[in-house]
Design a protein around this ligand. Structure first.
Ligand SMILES: O=C(O)C(=O)C[C@]1(C(=O)O)C=C[C@@H](O)C=C1
Length: 274
């Protein structure tokens, strides 16, 4: 079995992948960016992929949502991972000498207040670990990376400042995706994409009312542009039942009678890591 995740070694994605698929014999497919992970599964280079979709501080990771759709993937699992971020530099780096902080944008965003307090520039990388690796290679004392303690150890960096994220209960949710549109038997949630038939006043509330009328709890709601014109949105809704529950079929049928396009993007249960 081949599993794709965001590399290099030392990313949070690697930790999530190794802990989620721990009991299986895996051929790991390490990718350079989050969209590449989803593309690898879409193109059949890997059977499964794992990608971050939401963070407790920063919210939705849009590149994952968009790549899920482009590659026509199915969400068959979910992993919730605690995330602690540190400012990492080469030996002897002092906080007051730092001019630039490097990392993947969602990680920089989780530490926005701290980075603003440093009054430094930021530079975007494709992962926390690739930023940490670049700091080691640069061998400079005026730049630092935002990454995990594990990445710091791996690349021989020291913690210039610990736990710089904006919450002590920081977590990131990853989706486990595959091409095969089959829900696991124990699925407890279903992710739906709803593309409204038209833009009219109250369209979102009419969609949400379908779920409340059926007493189906929604655990996540996200709107994304349809990318067709400014102001035209599609909605991602996570319902609190697996797709095998007849209430999901009912909700989909009612939404379709209103003329909305509804796609089931996956059905899964959560794995919470500590
Ligand atoms: O760069 C990494 O280490 C990743 O696995 C990506 C990622 C993300 O994009 O959200 C995953 C978890 C953390 O929120 C920070 C970074």
């Amino acid at each position: 079995m081949k599993v794709a995740y965001l590399g290099p070694h030392g990313t949070f994605s690697e930790e999530a992948a190794h802990r989620y698929f721990k009991d299986e014999h895996i051929d790991w497919h390490i990718c350079d960016s989050v969209p590449e992970v989803l593309e690898a599964v879409g193109d059949g280079l890997a059977d499964w992929g794992i990608a971050p979709i939401e963070n407790a501080i920063e919210g939705t990771i849009n590149m994952t949502v968009d790549s899920l759709l482009v590659n026509d993937l199915y969400i068959a699992g979910e992993v919730i991972l605690p995330v602690s971020l540190h400012l990492l530099g080469t030996e002897g780096t002092k906080e007051e000498d730092i001019q630039e902080v490097w990392s993947i944008p969602p990680a920089l965003a989780q530490c926005r207040e701290y980075i603003r307090s440093l009054k430094v520039k930021t530079r975007h990388f494709d992962s926390t670990a690739s930023a940490a690796e670049a700091i080691r290679e640069a061998g400079r004392n005026d730049v630092a990376a935002v990454a995990s303690a594990y990445a710091g150890d791996l690349f021989g960096l020291v913690k210039v400042r610990r736990n710089i994220e904006e919450s002590y209960e920081n977590q990131t949710r990853f989706v486990v995706v595959t091409k095969d549109k089959k829900a696991p038997a124990d699925a407890k949630k279903t992710m739906l994409q709803v593309i409204p038939s038209d833009e009219y006043t109250g369209v979102l509330s009419s969609i949400l009312n379908v779920f409340s009328a059926l007493n189906v709890n929604l655990t996540w709601i996200e709107s994304r542009p349809t990318k067709k014109k400014l102001g035209a949105y599609q909605f991602f809704l996570e319902a609190g039942y697996g797709v095998q529950n007849p209430l999901i079929d009912k909700a989909v049928a009612v939404l379709q009678t209103y003329g909305h396009e509804v796609n089931i993007l996956g059905s899964f249960s959560a794995t919470k890591l500590d």
